[in-house]
Design a binder for this molecule. Sequence first.
Ligand code: CO
Length: 133
Amino acid sequence: MKIDHVALVVADLESTLALYTQTLGFTPVYREIILDQGVEAVGLQAGESIVELLRPLDPDSPIARFRGDADGRMHHVAYRVDDLAATLSRLQAAGIRLIDETPRKGAHGNRIAFLHPKSTGGVLIELCQPGGA
Ligand code: CO
C-alpha cells in the first residue's frame, strides 16, 4: 500500500501553511472544509503523496484536544487502497476494530474509512480510495 497522505493537526493553519509553502517549498493542491471530520484541510504535494494540514473547526473537538498543548501533532497516516469496501470487510473479518464500517467522504473527492487505533498499534490509520464511487 502506498501512503496517500499524512495528516498533521496544527494550532495555527496560516503560519504553518506559510512555513510549508514559502520556506519548505511545498505546493498546495487543495484547501477545503471537511464538515464530516470537523476540520479545514490543506493538502500539500509531497512526491506521490500529500501532507495534509488540519485546523479543527471546533476548539473543543476530539481532534483539537488530540493536539493538546503542542503547536502541531501527527494525527493519522492514510494508506491508499483500490477497493476500500473489500479491504474493510477483510480487515473486519481479521478482527480489526473499525471506526467506519462503511466508506465515507473524505478530502479531495476520496472515499475514506478510519481503523481504530486500539487495533493498529496506537496510531490512527485511515484507508483511502482516490476518487472512489
Ligand atoms: Co486523512
